[in-house]
Every structure is written in C-alpha cells, then in structure tokens.
Design a protein around this ligand. Structure first.
Ligand SMILES: Cc1cc2nc3c(=O)[nH]c(=O)nc-3n(C[C@H](O)[C@H](O)[C@H](O)COP(=O)(O)OP(=O)(O)OC[C@H]3O[C@@H](n4cnc5c(N)ncnc54)[C@H](O)[C@@H]3O)c2cc1C
Length: 446
C-alpha cells in the first residue's frame, strides 16, 4: 500500500503526538490528530499539569532528527546544575556535568506544544481535530470512537497511534478488551505548583541558570525558570501522614514554609491562595504488558509508559520513542507491522530502566543531595570520567547527556559504578586521597 493511502489516526496532540505527526508527515503520510483539548492558541495552560519541563539531550536529539530543534532553541533556558537551598538558606551549586555543554534546558509546556503544533500544521499541513477526545474503541470494528461536541463517530483507520498521555483512553479500552495488562504503581506523593514572580526591579529573583531544590528528607520544593523572569515552583509532598497534603491546610501553609523553606517564602507572593486553589497532582508509574494491538495500534509516550518526574525524562523518553520509531520505519521501508514489533522489542528494557531510575532519583533529590558523601562521590565520579573518559561516564550524565547510551545500559553500568565508587571512597575523604591505580583496575573491569 502506498504511504499516502493509509489512514493514520494520532490520538492525542500533546508533545509526543505532535512530534510523531511531524515525523509521519515528513515521511509522506497524512496523519490526522484527534485532540481532547480546545485549540492551543485559544486556551490557557491546563491547570495541574507541569508548566515547565526539563529538556535534555535525548529530547533534543529527537527534535534534531526531524530538523526542528533550531526553532525550539529560542524557547529554552539553560540550567547547569542543582542549586541546593539548605535549611539555613545557604546555597550550594551541584553541577550536572563537568563540561560546559552538559546542561539541561527549562521549557514551557504550552510554548513547546504550540510550536510543535505550528510546525505540524503550517509546514506539513497536518490536520488537527480539537475538542475531539477518543472515548473508547468500538468492540465490533475495533476502531477508535471520537466525540466532538456531542457528535460521536467511529474512525476507519489503518493505523492508530495512542499518544493520549498517562490517562490514555485507548490503553484503558484495550485493557478492558483483555488485549493488554496494565500496572499503575502510585507513588503516594503528589505535587502542587506555585509561582515565583520576576524580581520587582525586573529580571529573575534567583539564579535562572539552575534547577533550584529545597531538599527536606521526605519531601522537597523545586523551581525551574521561565523565559519571562518568573519561576514555576513545585512542592512534592506525601499525600497522607504527618507532613503531607492531607495534614497541611491552606491556613497552615505559611507557617510550614517559614519553618522549612524560609528563603522561598519571600519569593512566593500568593502562597496561601495558590496552595488552596491549585490542584494536587498525582504521580505514578504505568507499565503495560504490550504496546501493540492487532498490528494496527501502537502506544507511545506516557500512554505506554508514564513515569514519575524526578529524572526529568518523561517527555525526553516520549520524544526518543518517536525517533526510535522513525529509525525503524527507515529500516523496514515504511512497513508499520514489523516496525511496531521491532519498536516493542527494542524499547521495552529502556523504558523499564528509566522508570526505575526516575523513582530512585526522588530519594536523591529530596534527601541524598544534602549528604556530603553524595557530593564527594560525585567529585570522584567526575575525576574518573576525566581520567578514563572512554570507560567511565557517571550514570546521571549517561541518562541526561548521552542519547547514544540506552537507558537500560546506563542503569546496568550505574550498578557497577556504585560498587566501584563505594570501594574507592571507603578510605578517602578527598579526591587526591583516592587510589587511582585501584580505580584504573576497577574501571577497566566495568
Ligand atoms: C510534575 C511533572 C513534571 C514533569 N517534568 C518533566 C521534565 O522536567 N522533563 C521531562 O522530560 N518530562 C517531565 N514530565 C513528564 C512529561 O510531562 C510527560 O512525559 C510528557 O508530557 C509525555 O508526553 P505525551 O505526549 O506522551 O503526553 P501528554 O504531553 O500528556 O500529551 C497527551 C495529549 O493527549 C491529549 N489527550 C488526553 N486524553 C485524550 C483523549 N481521550 N483523546 C484525545 N486526546 C487526549 C491531551 O490533552 C494531551 O494533549 C513531568 C511530568 C509531571 C507530572
């Protein structure tokens, strides 16, 4: 069948859906995107979704693959490391990597959605149908059902991409049919977004080129910069228990912040109102037994594998999904069936690995970054990377700055690195005291 004759439905015009539509259009297909929301240019950002996101090398590589990163780049702000805000308000910058190029980039979700939509529609003529949620799959024809302003219709698609996010309706329908099994592991912690306004004199109130973290053991506050001089702060807290969203009401929140995040209080101009008004988002990990159905459906992005946000990789992984599929369509001459099978085979171990690393990173961000031992191990890891660049790249750097190393491989090497660093740091308290002859042997074995 010639590509342009295929009917391709992309369910969900979010980050992965729009990038996928661009990629398919570049291959000569004519996908139609069905999106639940109203037109992007007519709507405010969805409340309760993260307002800004950290874009890293994997996401950039995927955007670059279809030649559009140059248009995204003006929207980003670089962040070179984590700025740790201690209880006593002292600041400590922990760099993400040791090279100036090793940075991640804050970007507005709305601006990125709009830009991708603009490229898809204006440059590639992709059709979007807004206000058109998928509400299920027809049991007889096994086709998606779309509802637009009360009018319900069943599609007649040859290929269906489910990129409708963590709460995917397609995934839900396929689960009901018994076509796949889903595990939805809830974290027990939620998040709430709060705004930090630009400084009264203009410009940023705190260093814009860092991801700010107030780590407090079982919970934390973070803040990422926006291009207008503001920051979006996010409070991550248990849902229940002694210090939790359930126990801290809007009346208590100022006292809680004064005690726990004293240097943030002056930055959060409408703390009580926002704490009361903004929704508490839930966090979890979705794992699916399969992402394909009937050689026709493929789940991608959060619909297939939503993860907790602590490695800043959900969107990056979703973009990498699109790039991987594009490579496989190259390899299989635009034949979707073998490409879908190969996609599932090649991607499964990677998304399971990043899901686990994202969970592990929560403990790192809210707790371990305060530990002097953590900073020391990071220094030793950087030194090993300097001395043995071909054999040692710290796990965080592999995930964030090395798209050529898969998530699964980064996790595997990360376990070995942990053992190596434990041995090398056991009898040393300064980098110069580390036994680098032993290091060479250990790293050689890794
Ligand atoms: C608090 C928080 C912070 C995060 N920070 C980061 C970060 O720093 N870096 C990072 O890489 N990732 C981050 N993420 C993860 C990131 O948001 C997701 O991984 C990313 O949005 C996934 O893209 P997607 O296109 O698969 O899903 P979405 O972006 O969720 O897009 C899904 C689209 O489908 C539409 N839709 C939903 N249901 C239907 C339906 N039934 N029919 C039709 N359309 C539908 C939605 O309206 C939406 O447009 C964060 C997530 C959270 C919650």
């Amino acid at each position: 069948m010639r590509p342009e004759r295929l009917e391709i439905a992309v369910i969900g015009g979010g980050l992965a859906g729009s990038l996928l539509a661009i990629t398919l259009a570049q291959r000569g297909f004519r996908p139609i995107v069905f999106e639940r929301r109203a037109r992007y240019d007519a709507t405010e950002p969805e409340r309760g979704r993260s307002i800004n996101l950290a874009l890293a090398a994997r996401g950039i590589a995927a955007l670059d693959r279809c030649g559009i990163y140059a248009e995204i780049e003006p929207l980003v702000i670089s962040m070179r490391g984590r700025m740790i805000h201690e209880h006593d308000s002292t600041l400590k910058l922990l760099r993400y990597g040791q090279r100036d190029s090793e940075q991640i980039f804050s970007i507005s979700r709305t601006a990125l959605n709009r830009k991708l939509y603009e490229i898809a529609t204006r440059r590639h003529g992709v059709e979007y149908q807004f206000d058109s949620p998928c509400i299920g799959i027809d049991a007889g024809s096994e086709q998606p059902i779309i509802e637009t302003h009360g009018r319900v219709r069943t599609l007649d698609a040859d290929i269906v991409f489910a990129v409708d996010g963590a709460g995917s309706a397609i995934r839900g329908a396929l689960e009901e049919f018994g076509a796949l099994a889903v595990s939805d592991e809830r974290l027990g912690h939620g998040y709430k977004e709060l705004a930090i306004a630009p400084a009264p004199s203009g410009g940023y109130a705190i260093d814009p080129h860092a991801l700010h973290i107030w780590p407090r053991g079982n919970y934390m506050l973070i803040a990422l910069p926006n291009t207008d001089g503001s920051f979006t702060a996010t409070l991550f807290l248990p849902l229940d228990g002694r210090t939790s969203f359930a126990s801290i009401g809007a009346d208590d929140v100022s006292a809680f912040f004064c005690e726990q995040f004293p240097d943030a209080v002056g930055l959060l101009g409408s703390l009580e109102e926002e704490y009361a008004d903004n929704p508490t988002g839930l966090l979890g990990t979705i794992r699916c037994s399969t992402w394909t159905f009937d050689n026709r459906y493929l789940l991608l992005g959060d619909a297939a594998h939503a993860i907790v946000p602590f490695h800043g990789q959900g969107m990056n992984a979703a973009f990498e999904d699109v790039a991987t599929l594009d490579e496989l369509l190259d390899a299989h001459g635009d034949d979707f069936q073998p490409a879908f099978e190969a996609f599932e085979r090649s991607r499964r171990a990677d998304v399971l690995a990043i899901a686990d690393m994202a969970l592990e990173n929560y403990a790192e961000m809210r707790q371990r970054v305060r530990d002097p031992d953590f900073a020391f191990r990071q220094q030793v890891a950087f030194e090993l990377e300097r001395r043995f660049p071909d054999r040692f790249i710290p796990r965080y750097s592999m995930v964030m700055f090395h798209p050529e190393i898969s998530y699964a491989e980064a996790r595997r090497r990360g376990f070995e690195q942990d053992r190596t660093l434990s041995k090398l740091c056991a009898n040393a308290s300064r980098v110069m005291d580390v036994d680098f002859e032993l290091a060479e042997r250990l790293v050689g074995a890794a």
